[in-house]
Design a protein. Structure first.
Ligand code: CMC
Length: 392
């Protein structure tokens, strides 16, 4: 084992070369394909950003129209896939429902799974971008006992998703353009973040030449963890706890600083950012406007802002360079939009999907790719002889 470098959590191990996303964690910089996240959040759309991540360049008008059209034409789920939802318990969390349904996609499209056949990879990518929002909306509908709506392919991706989630068959669901725009922007902010846990998982599974659906399904399961995408839901639970304690954050912060098992300031800290997460800054600036417009979450937003102010001055957080990350304010916006807490991480998954796809494609195309196979430092017993049952 002399040659093996131990690096738990891969803090200092580069596993690939990548052209997709640049992060400077000390300066708080994030760029997709060279474009600053602030510019994309302001000017781009989620579909356009997905194209950028997957193909490396902003699309021309014709390219964007074709890409948008392809996504719109693949939003429906196979009727047999819809039956899956009946098999889950009514209180099933939508994240494992999502990962199961995405995994099941490889049974519906068996003839187009070859990872090295580029037209098939394009088709699978489009299928995923189109169907994941539909699956996500159905997981929610199923959990509240409401019927599924068929996608309306005259609508854009986000508008369609909002209607599938909140619309009813007998009603004409009115899309609030401001809500749709804000959600679209939040999806852009989540679209990629280089070698995070779920993306590394997608690459690792894909390095065995597992198909795109199987690899993405694994990524969704990684994202479900509370230290990763699950943090946006955990933040809200934390803020609710503080609100129910008469808005008193001191007791909670004391527990965090005493490192009581399992207690962390959720939505704070990041492996790479040792500065303010640039995504969190954009989300914070958006939160007040959306919450004021939709109503309901002001008290919690105030608590979050006070908590942030406090943490940014407190030695414990300053010394460890712990700043708000993207998950700190998103949950408050999602809640104001009407999403239940269980859906927060699903929204993260819809956003991260183009990043996962882009990385899987880059990995498959890279001649340097080898099957992911970390080594270990063995710490178990040295050789010993088998002991028969009557001797133990
Ligand atoms: N609250 C309190 N202490 C913290 C926190 C926190 N949120 N995050 C890190 N620390 C402390 C940690 O106890 C350690 O202290 P010490 O050096 O005294 O042992 C130090 O800071 C370094 O932490 P670490 O756990 O070694 O850092 P990491 O890079 O392994 O973990 C993290 C990164 C994001 C998992 C962690 O900061 C965390 O658990 N944050 C809360 C969960 C969260 O918000 N996750 C979302 C991350 S961003 C988007 C995403 O990936 O989904």
């Amino acid at each position: 084992t002399g040659l093996i470098t131990l690096d738990p959590g891969f803090v200092n191990t580069g596993a690939c070369r990548s052209d997709i996303t640049y992060i400077d964690g000390d300066a708080g910089i994030l760029r997709y394909r060279g474009y600053p996240i602030e510019e994309l959040a302001k000017n781009s759309t989620f579909v356009e950003t997905s194209y950028l991540l997957m193909y490396g360049e902003l699309p021309g008008k014709q390219q964007l129209d074709t890409f948008t059209d392809q996504i719109q034409r693949h939003t429906m789920l196979h009727e047999d896939l819809k039956k899956f939802f009946d098999g889950f318990p009514k209180d099933a969390h939508p994240m494992p429902v999502l990962s199961s349904a995405v995994s099941a996609l490889s049974t519906f499209y068996q003839s187009s799974l070859d990872p090295f056949d580029e037209p098939n990879v394009d088709l699978s990518s489009v299928r995923l971008l189109a169907k994941v929002p539909t699956i996500a909306a159905y997981a929610y509908k199923n959990s509240i006992g409401q019927p599924f709506l068929y996608p309306d392919n005259s609508l854009g991706l986000v508008e369609n998703f909002l209607r599938l989630t909140f619309g009813l068959p007998a009603e004409n669901y009115e899309i609030d353009p401001e809500v749709a725009k804000a959600l679209d922007m939040l999806l852009i902010l989540h679209a990629d973040h280089e070698q995070n846990c779920s993306t590394s998982t997608v690459r690792m599974v894909g390095s065995a030449q597992a198909n795109l659906f199987a690899s993405i399904s694994a990524g969704i399961n990684a994202l479900f963890g509370p230290l990763h995408g699950g943090a946006n839901a955990a933040v809200l639970t934390m803020l609710e706890g503080i609100r129910d304690n008469e808005g008193n954050a001191d007791e909670f912060v004391r527990k965090v600083k005493n490192k009581e098992p399992g207690v962390r300031l959720m939505g704070f800290g990041h492996r790479v950012y040792k500065n303010y997460d640039p995504r969190a800054a954009i989300v914070r600036d958006t939160a007040r406007g959306i919450i004021d417009k939709l109503g309901g979450g002001d008290e919690m937003l105030d608590i979050a802002m006070r908590l942030e102010e406090y943490a940014l001055e407190d030695d414990y957080f300053v010394e460890r360079k712990l700043y708000p990350n993207v998950d700190f304010y998103t949950g408050l916006i999602y809640q104001a939009m009407g999403f239940p807490t269980e859906m927060f991480t699903v929204l993260f998954a819809i956003g991260r999907l183009p990043g996962w796809i882009a990385h899987w494609r880059e990995m498959i195309d890279d001649p340097d790719t080898r099957i992911g196979r970390p080594r270990q430092v063995y710490t178990g017993p040295t050789q010993r002889s088998y002991v028969s049952m009557d001797q133990r």
